[in-house]
Design a protein around this ligand. Structure first.
Ligand SMILES: Cc1ncc(C[n+]2csc(CCOP(=O)(O)OP(=O)(O)O)c2C)c(N)n1
Ligand SMILES: [Mg+2]
Length: 541
């Protein structure tokens, strides 16, 4: 079916055809035709944000909380450079999004012309945080480019895509054919490679599994649990896979982050590790350079990840859920008895955590107690947030969203807004520090405008606390650049139209419950300033 339409209408029509429901962005003369396209598509909701960083962080939270992909519309130049932070986060989290950048007319590009919003090498700039980059050369090309971007992220490792649409392409009219739906093919693993992996797993006496974010994003929870049961293998879920096996499961060990020598017991006694959907990054590689058993079986959809940190005995390139399901079929229905005492380990871990994390443990346990299993918690880089993946029991994949290794402050609020828009039936609780809150607080306006139900906890120590403690540890207590003179957070939140109160750490559970019952956007300021060893995030030397 071919229709004559502008490039702006074509982008919106292609997004509708691909099932995209939300666009985050900020208008400008260089992307108005794109917004005008969405004006004509009632199934797509445009969310006006207050900074492009907010748009891409929302899209990241949106993708991580759900299996859905959102779009962002930004102007060229500063719109794109502002958007890069959220794209960088999503890149490091393997989260997909479609970022559409406006652009000057094709004839004005690739030479210094002093045009408005001019940014040299915009494709290379965006390319540093994208898995797919394309400038659309003509209006008729729009559906094909959108499809190609989606195919890239749906059939391989999910990453942001950057699609640049010059103004003449946006306003030009052409006969445009929308494409019929496509079922994207996800690689299920070579049968021979799966056979070798099964042989290795069968021969192991004491295997364990390290599950990463790839399991969560592929929807591989059931297959992961089945393989763990067949092998009697305890499962460590990385920061990005928390909940991929429920923490109620007798084989779930939780996250190993936090330089816990406790995990050395597991590492020293295991004879094989099955690593699935994890790049073993600095966060997942507990004890930074953990002594993995010499026998490694690795599954990943990205061949570049396989064997990158450790030599592997058997490797399968493929979608985590499909390959785990294949392994499960080969291993059969029998269940091996667990070789590791998981319950005892977890009990001892909790005692150790009380010593290490101090008051953060109680706060996190209170949050868990008040949150339903499907509550989505979104962290920032603040003491309680850092400890969340380690200390919080998680029962479903995609319900603990911890910032990726790109590591920007200000992640929690916009990512939580995205999560709530993607999953409007799930409660969402965001956790940030005073420093991180002031990076993206303007998105409170977005949350209020969108009439979201959302709770944000701001743990306030009037400091860039983590770095202050770092200065204590490494720089002899010479504090510089870490003390903050903050505005009144409660007044500030109220000025945005939020409900806001200052509460004690011990009241966090009751406050969250009360806010959720009342509905709307709530900001609780929580004075929180532990000292000594319990003030340290899990990564502190
Ligand atoms: C964009 C960016 N700038 C700087 C940092 C470095 N950084 C990491 S944690 C931190 C302090 C965070 O302060 P706050 O949000 O108040 O949490 P706290 O550590 O006090 O609990 C800083 C500045 C960062 N992660 N991201
Ligand atoms: Mg702070």
């Amino acid at each position: 079916m071919t229709d004559k339409m502008t490039g702006g209408r074509a982008v919106a029509a292609a997004l509708r055809a691909e099932g995209v429901e939300h666009v985050f962005g900020i208008v400008g003369t260089h992307n108005c035709p794109l917004f005008d396209g969405v004006y004509h598509e009632p199934s797509i909701h445009a969310v006006t944000v207050r900074h492009e960083q907010g748009a891409t962080l929302m899209a990241a939270g949106y993708a991580r909380a759900s299996d859905k992909i959102a779009a962002c519309f930004v102007v060229p130049g500063p719109g794109l450079t502002n958007a890069l932070t959220g794209m960088g986060m999503a890149f490091s989290e393997s989260a997909p999004m479609l970022v559409f950048g406006g652009q000057n007319a094709l004839s004005q590009l690739e030479r210094e012309g002093d045009h408005f919003h001019e940014l040299h090498n915009s494709l290379a700039v965006a390319g540093s945080v994208s898995g797919y980059v394309k400038r659309v050369a003509s209006t008729a090309d729009v559906p094909g480019v959108v499809r190609e971007a989606l195919r890239t992220m749906r059939s391989g490792r999910p990453r942001p895509a950057y699609i640049e649409v010059p103004l003449d392409v946006q306003v030009g009219s052409a006969e445009v054919s929308l494409l019929p739906p496509e079922v994207f093919h996800r690689p299920a693993g070579e049968p021979q490679a799966i056979g070798r992996a099964v042989d290795a797993l069968r021969s192991a006496k004491r295997p364990f599994i390290l599950a990463g974010g790839g399991v969560a994003s592929a929807g591989g929870s059931a297959a992961l649990t089945a393989v763990a049961e067949a092998l009697g293998a305890p499962v460590v879920t990385s920061v990005f896979a928390r909940g991929a096996i429920s923490d109620r499961h007798p084989l779930a060990l939780g996250d190993g982050w936090g330089r816990l020598d406790l995990y050395d017991e597991l590492l020293n006694s295991a004879d094989l590790v099955l690593i699935v959907g994890s790049r073993i990054d600095v966060v997942s590689d507990w004890n930074l350079g953990a002594k993995y058993p010499s026998r490694i079986v690795q599954i990943d959809i990205d061949p570049k990840v396989i064997g990158r940190r450790r030599p592997v005995e058997a490797a399968v390139v493929g979608d985590a859920a499909l390959v785990l399901a294949a392994l499960g079929r080969e291993l059969g229905d029998g269940r091996r008895a667990p070789w590791f005492d998981v319950a005892d380990f977890r009990a001892r871990k909790r005692v150790r955590m009380q010593e290490r994390a101090g008051p953060a443990l109680q706060v996190i346990e209170d949050l868990r107690a008040v949150g339903s299993d499907d509550t989505i918690f979104v962290d920032d880089l603040t003491l309680v947030g850092y400890w969340m993946p380690v200390l919080m029991d998680v029962y479903q994949a995609r319900t603990l969203i911890h910032p990726g290794t790109f590591g920007t402050l200000g992640y929690a609020l916009p990512a939580a807004i995205g999560a709530r828009l993607a999953c409007p039936r799930q409660p969402v609780v965001a956790i940030s520090g005073d420093g991180g809150f002031l990076f993206t607080l303007q998105e409170l306006s977005t949350a209020v405008t969108e009439k979201l139900d959302l709770v944000l906890l701001v743990f306030n120590d009037n400091a860039y606390g983590a770095i202050k403690v770092y200065q204590d540890r490494v720089f002899g207590g010479r504090h510089i650049g870490t003390q903050l003179a903050n505005p009144d957070i409660v007044m500030l939140a109220r000025a945005f139209g939020c409900q806001s109160e200052r509460i004690e750490a011990g009241q966090v559970g009751a406050a969250v419950k009360r806010a959720q019952q009342a509905g709307g956007v709530w900001v609780f300021e929580v004075p929180f300033n532990p000292s000594g060893p319990v003030s340290m995030p899990p990564w502190m030397p």
